[in-house]
Design a binder for this molecule. Structure first.
Ligand code: KIV
Ligand code: ZN
Length: 386
């Protein structure tokens, strides 16, 4: 693996599927897992096997069909969870157990009623136990975002000694600022013995809308795995959105970071996940929303018709969207009207366009959007033939 390759750990089927209303059956999970493998993600977190018999079955079935990606199962730092995960992953070509425990003061005090030292012991035991089943063991320090850096470094050092291959630093509550999260990763890179032998992973939540920024900041500061979901779905406000991370690295070559994801499959994968989960993204969702490549104001439309790059920083074809759309509303100008009429077979002279435009505006004021059907009505009213 090159030093600049950021591995994509997709958790759509685990953190994403935890969302109320997003539950999938095994067949649906298999379809999505196959697509994620094709998309080129490095790791698929297939589920939390101990959580239910259905989840166990899904992780087992996914393990059998995934050809390229590592298949991962989540556990708590409990022996039984780890045994069940190992069992569910036994058919995987490349299995990974993802185990961990809360490390922030609030988790230690309220969730575990424990002490920092005891948590380190439990973390080490869990990693060692997972290691007795699989070579690849990822450790998560839950609520690392609110964990004191010095203590977090001690936890990391201890689990590396126990055999962890990947260290996940989750901002579980979506609290961190990008500078703060990046500094946390940098601190660990500089202060943990053995860190050069493991991969640091960013797992960020979107409670303050910073999940993608935080993950990118983590990668800029040395993390080489990002945990994310299609469409950014996940607990509460969601997780880092896979499609955003992939396109940020692609559109900013100066960062010198890349993923193995085939970006041209992003839009269709997003649609597939929306339909199976029944969870639809907002039209203004970055990269994959309906409006991500739609232009509706006259000034922007005029620019895009002259040259797409005036108002678009990425080529829609790069994410699998066929073309930018010019949406006609009462804010559209003559250039957009002429462009859309031409696409519908009406070539207007300048005079015809000047006469039609005020009619168009009157009509558009009565509609949310002027579609092709309305354009034909307008042409009929203006007595212009295609
Ligand atoms: O947000 C989180 O901390 C998690 C862990 C279980 C990795 O999802
Ligand atoms: Zn999470």
């Amino acid at each position: 693996m090159s030093d600049n390759h950021v591995q994509i750990f997709d958790t759509t089927l685990r953190d994403g599927e935890q969302v109320p209303g997003c539950k999938l059956n095994t067949d649906q999970k298999l379809i999505i897992a196959e697509r994620l493998d094709l998309l080129g993600v490095d790791i698929i977190e297939a589920g939390f096997p101990v959580s239910s018999p259905g989840d166990f079955k899904s992780v087992e079935a996914i393990s059998k069909i995934v050809k390229n990606a590592t298949v991962c199962g989540l556990t708590r730092a409990h022996k039984n969870d780890i045994e069940v995960a190992a069992q569910a992953l036994k058919f995987a070509k490349i299995p990974r157990i993802h185990t961990g425990i809360g490390t922030s003061d609030s988790h230690i005090q309220f969730k575990f009623k424990s002490t920092q030292e005891k948590i380190i012991e439990r973390a080490q035991e869990a990693v060692k136990y997972a290691k007795s089943f699989v070579e690849d063991v990822e450790f998560y320090a839950e609520d690392a975002g609110r964990t004191d850096n010095e203590y977090l470094a001690r936890v990391c050092e201890a689990v590396i000694k126990s055999g962890a291959t990947v260290l996940n630093i989750p901002d579980t509550t979506g609290y961190c600022l990008p500078e703060e999260y990046g500094a946390k990763i940098k601190y660990l890179k500089e202060n943990v013995k053995g860190i050069e032998n493991v991969i640091l992973s960013c797992h960020c939540h979107n409670d303050l809308g910073l999940a993608t920024s935080n993950a990118v900041s983590g990668a800029i500061n040395g993390a080489r795995q990002i945990e994310c979901t299609i469409n950014g779905i996940g607990e509460r406000a969601g997780n880092t959105a896979l499609e955003e991370v992939v396109m940020i690295f692609k559109q900013h070559p100066n960062l010198d970071l890349y993923t193995n994801v085939n970006s041209q499959l992003l839009y269709s994968t997003s649609q597939m996940v929306q339909e199976h989960m029944g969870m639809y993204v907002q039209p203004n969702k970055a990269v994959v929303g309906d409006n991500a490549f739609a232009h509706s104001s006259g000034i922007h439309q005029d620019g895009v018709i002259k040259n797409r790059e005036t108002y678009e920083i990425m080529d829609p074809a790069d994410v699998g969207v066929t073309e930018s759309s010019i949406v006609l509303t009462a804010r559209s100008g003559r250039a957009a009207l002429a462009y859309r009429l031409k696409n519908n077979g009406y070539e207007l002279t300048k005079l015809q366009l000047d006469e039609t435009y005020p009619e168009f505006l009157k009509f558009a004021d009565t509609q949310k959007e002027i579609g092709d059907k309305e354009l034909h009505i307008l042409m009929e009213r203006c007595k212009i033939k295609a």
